[in-house]
Structures are given as C-alpha cells and as structure tokens.
Design a protein around this ligand. Structure first.
Ligand SMILES: Cc1ncc(COP(=O)(O)O)c(C=O)c1O
Length: 477
C-alpha cells in the first residue's frame, strides 16, 4: 500500500469497522473492569516500509485498544477527576474529525468560530460569568490556567509600564503570586511556563488541609504596598472538592488592586445547583477563570475554557500576526489568537452539541445526582467501622481512609498506600491515593454521566473487602 490515495475506496469500510467496534466497546463499558486487561509494552517494532492499508492497521489498533485501554470513560473510574463523553458530545467529536475544521479564525472556519462563540456564551450563562468577558476554548484547565495567568502577567507588566509579551521581564522584580493551599499543580505549572516561576507562588494556608489563611493573605498584600500582585483562588480542591472563599478573595483583590484568577476546573459546575451555588459566589468578580470541559461537562479529551474580564489584555497576551493570515474585523474574536495554539481542533462542536442536547436542566440534574452520590458514599464511609472520613463533602469528592480500629496510626499510611495499589489492580472501581493533611487517603471523585448508585456502592464495598484481605495477611498489630 504505497500511497493513501490508493486506499481511497476503503474509507467507508474503515468507518464502518470503527463504528462497529465502538458500539461493542461502549456497550461493555458499564460492566467492564476499569483497569486494562493487559499492560501494554514491549519492544518498539520498526516503522514498516510498506504499509498494509487502513483496514489491517485499524484492526491491529482496535485489538491493542481492546487489551490496553483503561475504561476511564466508564461509570466506575473515580481516579483524578475524569468525566466521560455524553452521547451528543461523542457523536459531535466524531463529526469534528470528519469535518476537520481549523478553528483559527472566521476565515479558516466561520462555522467553527461561530459554534465556539455560541458555546462560550452558553457556558458563561451556566457559570454566572458576565456575558461581555472574553473567552476561548482550551485543551483543559491547565491551559485555561495558562491563559488566565498569561493575561495576569500582561496586566502586571503594564502596571510596571512594560509590555512583557513584547519586551520580556528583564529588570523587573519577581511577580508576587499568592494562593491558599488548594493551589493546583497545573496552576504552578502555568506559572513555570510563563516565566513567573513555580517557586514564586506563596501558599498561605491556615491548616494542613490547605484552607486559605485570609489574614495572612491580607498581611501579604498589605506588605506589597500597592504594588500589583496576583491572587489564585481554587474553586474545587482535588482532595476534597472544597472551595476557597471567592467573594472574600475578590474583596481583597479589590482592596489591594490585585488580579484574581479562579481555577474552577470542576468546581464551577457548583453554579448549576441551588444547593451548591453559594460556593461560586464571587466568581463573577474575578479577572480570569479557568474551567475544564473533559471533567464535569463530559465532553471528550481534550477540552477546557478560559474566561477573561478584560478582552484587550486577553488578546494582547496571545496575539500573533503574519501577512498571510489576513486582517480580521476586530468585532469578532480570533480564537487562535486567544490561546497558545493557532491551528486548533474545533473542540467547540462537542461542547455545543452536549449543551444543546441536555441544556441547563440536564446538567443541573446530572450535577445534583453526583452530589447525592457523593453524600451516599460519605454515609457508607461513616457507617463502616473500619473506614474514616477525613473531610466534609462539599461537592463530589469523598476523602477517606481505611482505618481498622486495631491498626496503629503509624501503620496507616503504608496500609492505605498498599490498599490503593490493590484497588487499582482489582479494577472493579478505580481511584488512587493522595496526601490529605499529612495522611495517605482516598479521594474518589464522581463526575461521569454514566455513574449510578450501584457504581458508587462498590467504592466502600471493594475498599473494605480488599482492606480486610490485606490486614489479615500483613499488618503488624
Ligand atoms: C482544580 C484543578 N485545576 C486544574 C486541573 C488540571 O486540569 P487538566 O488536567 O484538564 O489540564 C485539575 C485537574 O484535575 C484540577 O482539579
């Protein structure tokens, strides 16, 4: 098979093959073990000189996926914070590849640009973000944080009468960045990528869990003596789902003229339910906000969003011009100039489709179902004599550990770490360990649209079953 052109007539068969296999894979997802049946690896074969055509290649890939794919799109994957793909979003994602639009601007694809503009408008409505903010679809909350903090960096430079995007940081003082202990690794990574420096974020926490110390924050801002600073608030801590107090941090940003960036990767979905809406109060007063799509919105990887109050600052951070790109009417956002990538996948299509398919009410129902499921798990943890809940359940994450009454504290971290490994290997449910307030703990997060009571009930059942097996065989008493 020397040339793809010779494969032209196989296109319909290739799509039929993938459709048939996708149906089978998705039909098995609700009941499959989460961990892959086989761990992929081994020697890397040489690049073939002569290919064998689309159907044999796809068949080989499908077989490898059947063996090696983590069933993370299914209902019992509670590790990290990973959603699945709603039927509408998955269908639209197939369409995205089929249409293969380049979502750079209104010339490369007016269709993709329009769908992106509409989707972002709907998301602003959903999250309570003012309609006149600038916004862009990113590849996730890490890039959402990057976009928000890049804009903050631009603002900070301009306060020092420097266009840092044009002229760099040379000669300027370090950028003061303050956050509570919920600060996510991805925001720190964004600070590193932006040259602000990963060590430059000062974490002001009042306890080992990471709750922000507002008094210390106020003192730190006062000590800056009106020099510009950046605050990062986290709406939805990965360990517990807890929130930094956004309104209080917005007040402080107002008082000291600081930039407030909110990382709301999954937590911003609290805006959908009257039961949790108070948690996001104040987000509309931030300067920039990052949210994920592939978590609670349940669109496929990789999708996220950045929202920025000041459109000119946003455009200034990511602008790029070249004669061949053409001039754009400024009234319309050039999405490829609002985020790192210029050539961009039309990630808006699944976002648009899922919002159109399920609407605000559908998402509210899903979020409320997940809130209820998290409380159900919390109750089961509380009732189990060998489990200990470590934090309140503010949202959709339940933080707990295995703690049989006769096991000494000193042995618990090691026991929970080993139990975490057993749970991943077992595969009926999937969640890993974290470090919460100095203790090794589990933190299953519920965000998948497929997840039901029978799925979450396995969290406690499997933990206790494997925990009992582990203690019976090994732990010193
Ligand atoms: C609070 C928070 N911010 C940012 C991220 C990073 O998101 P992504 O991996 O989609 O870039 C996560 C992921 O779990 C998160 O929980």
């Amino acid at each position: 098979m020397p040339d793809p052109l010779a494969d032209h007539d196989q296109l319909a068969s290739a799509l039929r093959l993938v459709e048939r296999e996708a149906q089978a894979y998705l039909a098995g997802l609700d009941d499959a073990l989460v961990r892959p049946p086989v761990t992929p690896g081994g020697v890397i074969p040489p690049l073939p000189d002569a290919g064998d055509g689309s159907l044999p290649a796809l068949t080989a890939l499908i077989e490898a996926a059947r063996d090696g794919a983590t069933r993370s799109a299914g209902p019992r994957f509670f590790h990290f914070v990973m959603g699945g793909s709603t039927p509408a979003a998955l269908g639209a994602d197939w369409l995205t590849s089929t249409l293969d639009q380049v979502a750079f601007n209104w010339v490369s694809s007016p269709f993709a640009a329009h769908i992106e503009q509409v989707s972002l408008g709907w998301l602003k409505e959903m999250f309570g973000i003012p309609a006149d903010w600038s916004a862009v679809i990113t590849t996730g909350a890490t890039t959402g944080n990057l976009v928000g903090l890049a804009t903050a960096r631009r603002w900070w430079g301009l306060q020092h009468r420097r266009d840092v995007d044009a002229d760099g940081f040379g000669g300027l003082p370090p950028v003061p960045v303050f956050a509570g202990g919920y600060l996510h690794a991805s925001a720190i990574k964004a600070l590193a990528m932006l040259g602000i420096g990963r060590h430059n974020a000062q974490v002001l926490a009042r306890d080992a869990a990471g709750r922000v110390d507002l008094d210390a924050l106020e003192s730190a801002l006062r000590a800056e003596k009106n020099r510009p600073a950046i605050l990062i608030a986290t709406a939805g801590d990965v360990n517990t789902g807890d929130f930094d107090p956004l309104a209080e941090m917005a007040d402080m940003a107002d008082r000291y003229g600081a930039w407030l960036h909110v990382d709301g990767a999954f937590g911003l979905f609290a805006a959908l339910s009257p039961a949790t809406r108070r948690l996001v109060r104040g987000v509309e007063r931030a300067n920039s906000v990052s949210v994920d799509g592939h978590k609670w919105l349940n669109v496929p990887y990789d999708t996220g969003f950045a929202f920025v109050r000041d459109a000119a600052l946003h455009a200034g951070s990511f602008g790029a011009t070249a004669a061949y790109l053409g001039a754009e009417a400024l009234a319309r956002p050039v999405f490829g100039n609002l985020a790192p990538e210029m050539s961009r996948r039309a990630r808006a299509l699944p976002v648009w489709a899922t919002l159109r398919a399920y609407g605000r009410d559908g998402y509210r129902q899903m979020v409320e179902r997940h809130l209820g499921l998290a409380q159900r798990v919390a109750r089961q943890v509380d009732e189990a004599p060998d489990l200990e809940r470590l934090a309140d359940v503010a949202l959709n994450v339940v933080c707990f550990r295995f703690h049989p009454p006769d096991v000494p504290e000193a042995a618990l971290d090691d026991l929970n770490r080993r139990l975490g490994q057993l749970i991943l290997e077992d595969g009926r449910v999937f969640f890993g360990t974290t470090d919460y307030a100095g203790k090794v703990a589990f933190r299953p997060a519920i965000v998948n649209w497929r997840t039901r009571e029978e799925d979450v009930d396995l969290i406690v059942r499997v933990t206790r079953e494997l925990g009992a097996r582990l203690t019976a065989s090994s732990v010193p008493r």
